[in-house]
Design a protein around this ligand. Structure first.
Ligand code: NAP
Length: 255
């Protein structure tokens, strides 16, 4: 199936690793050009080098806890790509406990205010696209209790972004901008969070792995495939949805 992504211009926040990297890679393979950002300069440079084997990609350093920096990145990326058709809001503070401000504050700044700044800054560009789409990366933790050693701010504030997307679908829909959420369950990526939890807290890892009907965790590529579909013109009639990509990890009945 041709998703109609060839020639589209996409921004992926937090695209240097993990799910964001996989999304950028999938969009590039579909013929889109992509701008990524992350905080670590070396990480961005390495990702751009790897991803550029597949297609046209640019990378910038940007910390999503800084709204002004987000707005600057959007303008830089739009200039580099010649416009914006797709925004994938993927960067997250992930509910990590640190030594600085409280996880609630950091999660609010990065996940909520960063996402709002990204969407608002991209809107003038999206308005000029004939197939504009925003995809927010949510989490299953936003809709079902998940007993993991991270701050409760993570699920609570991701829930706020799911609500925000549903509102944007209504408010910006008349201007031809679709807004949807993709909510992954636990995703196993080499060297990343669940891989590290497998070492540190094997009982939690195994409990969650076994809560999947297939007794395995998802992959970044399985999330990226659905993000690309929702971001594409092939999903032109999907707006305001929260699509679970969790292999049946969550148990609610989605009426
Ligand atoms: N992995 C899972 O199991 C899972 C499950 C459900 C939902 N999700 C969601 O999926 C998204 C990606 O998660 P992931 O597991 O792929 O994360 P990851 O492997 O830790 O990668 C995060 C990416 O975002 C960048 N990043 C982190 N903080 C940032 C900030 N403040 N500003 C800009 N970039 C930042 C990182 O690069 P730098 O560190 O260099 O900034 C990196 O490129 C997140 O929204 C997460 O909540 C993940």
């Amino acid at each position: 199936m041709d998703l109609g992504l060839a020639g589209r211009r996409a921004l992926v926040s937090g695209g240097s690793q993990g799910i964001g990297w996989a999304v950028a890679s999938r969009l590039l393979r579909e013929g889109a050009s992509v701008a990524i950002c992350a905080r670590n300069e070396q990480g961005v440079a390495t990702a751009v080098k790897e991803l550029s084997r597949t297609g046209a990609v640019v990378g910038h350093v940007c910390d999503f806890s800084d709204e002004d920096a987000v707005r600057r990145w959007v303008d830089l990326a739009a200039e580099a790509l010649g416009g914006i058709d797709i925004v994938v809001s993927n960067a997250s503070a992930s509910g990590q406990h640190g030594t600085g401000p409280s996880p609630w504050e950091v999660n609010f700044r990065v996940d909520v205010l960063g996402c709002v700044a990204l969407c608002e800054a991209a809107k003038p560009y999206l308005e000029r696209s004939d197939a504009a789409a925003i995809v927010q990366i949510g989490t299953s933790t936003a809709i079902e209790h998940h007993d993991v050693p991270i701050s409760p701010s993570y699920g609570a504030l991701k829930a706020a972004t799911i609500n925000y997307m549903a509102q944007l679908a209504q408010r910006w829909g008349p201007e031809g901008i679709r807004a949807n959420t993709v909510s992954p369950g636990p995703i196993l990526i080499e060297g990343r969070k669940w891989d590290s939890l497998r070492e540190r807290r094997p009982e939690i890892f195994e409990r969650d792995r076994d809560a999947h009907p297939t007794k395995r965790m998802g992959t970044a590529e399985e999330v990226a495939n659905i993000v690309a579909m929702l971001a594409s013109p092939a999903a032109s009639w999907v707006n305001g949805a929260n699509v679970m990509v969790d292999g049946g990890f969550t148990k609610r009945v989605g009426f």
